[in-house]
Design a protein around this ligand. Structure first.
Ligand code: SF4
Length: 191
């Protein structure tokens, strides 16, 4: 949903308005603000917009590198992915009662991290991984030069993996350390 249209920008010239719901760009359906940034990177955009229940097409052209002139609404609390972890030391659970409700949301949403720099735990990234893979596959399929570059990178990575010496590090895996710390804290917790 469009929250702001800046005057004297490509969005204003195309007739985009506050409250419009941008459903697609250049025939690509949009799932969220990340898709909007991804597909909105071109200078020539065919927008599919829903306004007052009706679909309409808007053509938006901007100078290379110029501001598009659009800000989208922030995701609503119900749309934010929340943390699935159960840390015994969770800082959200330690907050005093009676503060504003948004402070108690254990947000763990890659979109907020990407757009605003919020911390995420990286423990629940299936959806983000799928989206990233899909975006990457589209880019690769559309550009032969990038395709050959990615193929070279992948073959170099698998060669390096084969040459790596197993057991080169004395450190245990990070996941083992985290398990041990959590177990220790559980033991310290008063019943
Ligand atoms: S990862 Fe953060 S928000 Fe989630 S349970 Fe642990 S401390 Fe709480």
């Amino acid at each position: 949903m469009v929250a702001v249209v800046r005057p004297r920008t490509a969005a204003a010239a195309a007739g985009l308005a506050v409250g419009d719901r941008i459903m697609g760009i250049n025939a690509q359906p949009l799932r969220d603000a990340i898709d909007f940034q991804f597909y909105g990177g071109d200078d020539c955009l065919e927008l599919s917009v829903e306004r007052e229940g009706r679909r309409r097409a808007l053509r938006l052209v901007r100078r290379p590198g110029a501001d598009l002139g659009v800000e989208l609404e922030a995701p609503r609390p119900a749309e934010i992915a929340t943390c699935a972890n159960k840390c015994v030391f969770c800082f959200i659970h330690q907050l005093p009662r009676g503060m504003r409700r948004s402070l108690y949301v254990k947000d763990d949403d890659f979109r907020l991290s990407f757009l605003h720099g919020n911390y995420i735990t990286l423990s629940d990234l299936d959806e983000a991984t799928k989206q990233f893979d899909q975006n990457l596959a589209e880019i690769v399929s559309q550009n032969a030069k990038i395709k050959s570059y990615v193929t070279k990178l992948e073959s170099r990575a698998s060669e390096e993996e084969e040459q790596a010496t197993p057991g080169a590090s004395d450190l245990p895996p990070a996941s083992q350390l985290v398990d041990e710390i959590e177990q220790f804290m559980r033991q310290q917790r008063p019943e």
